[in-house]
Design a protein around this ligand. Structure first.
Ligand code: 1GP
Length: 250
């Protein structure tokens, strides 16, 4: 039987830290987006996350389909809100923004998305998403009308991650937000990783192999980078981050 994306993901993080490249189709014309996705897949990305917190252009569905047809790497939709649900992906991270107190982010978007996910036959990976304060207001903070978790309060992050796990969410995603001024601290990553049993994804503001490796050593099972690749599209950087993550836990 074909392995699910979740099985691939959990199998991978038993051996090493995985590398996720986030690609936002809103940031560039479709051919450039597909080129970037292919570059990431060819140079060491384990998973491609496709999406963003705002769509100003009608590019998402075309780009997703073209990426899915062009790469072997699993393609996952993120975040799992209604407008982004499509059959042209391998799975969806269906986010519940557990750090929010906005009901639309906690259950409203998921109720809208659920029937469409079923109709598309998409694998849904229930994900507890925690936004962490990172120095400046990020798009996700503004768009979700949600307070982030204070950066210097690992205990608050731990309580949120545990609540998500006890509610049955299969992944925890801690995010400083796209383009964050600074990544989530290793102290907070370590505290959350020690407390939970489900895989931990960490992203936001990670710009080089050293930061990625430090966060991996602190206990992240997957590292996400987005902005830094969109800004320079350098295949060497993808290879260097992937290599740093392969060695981080040796
Ligand atoms: C955002 O975690 C991702 O949801 C990636 O963040 O764009 O800052 O790499 P960056």
């Amino acid at each position: 039987m074909k392995q699910t994306v979740y099985e691939k993901l959990t199998g991978l993080c038993r051996t090493r830290t995985g590398y996720i490249c986030l690609i936002d189709p809103d940031r560039a014309p479709q051919d450039e987006t597909v080129e970037l996705a292919t570059l990431c897949a060819d140079n060491g990305a384990d998973i491609l996350l496709i999406g963003g917190s705002l769509m100003l252009h009608d590019r998402f569905h075309g780009a997703l389909r073209a990426i899915h047809e062009s790469v072997e790497t699993p393609v996952v939709i993120f975040p799992g809100i209604y407008d982004f649900v499509s059959p042209h992906a391998d799975a969806i991270f269906l986010l519940c923004m557990v750090s929010s107190r906005n009901p639309q982010m906690l259950i409203g978007e998921q109720v809208r998305a659920a029937p469409k996910i079923r109709a598309c036959g998409l694998e849904s990976i229930g994900t507890g998403y925690m936004l962490v304060e990172s120095g400046r207001m990020t798009s996700v903070q503004y768009m979700s009308a949600s307070l982030p978790i204070p950066a210097a309060k690992p205990d608050i992050a731990v309580a949120h991650a545990l609540a998500a796990q006890y509610l049955g969410m299969r992944l925890i995603y801690m995010d400083a937000g796209s383009g964050a001024e600074r990544p989530i601290s290793c102290e907070m990553v370590n505290a959350v990783s020690e407390a939970i049993d489900v895989p931990l994804v960490v992203g936001g503001g990670i710009r080089n192999p050293e930061e990625a490796a430090d966060i991996a050593r602190a206990g992240a099972d997957f590292i996400v980078t987005g902005t830094v690749l969109e800004d320079n599209g350098d295949p060497a950087l993808v290879r260097e981050i992937a290599a740093a993550l392969r060695e981080a836990r040796l």
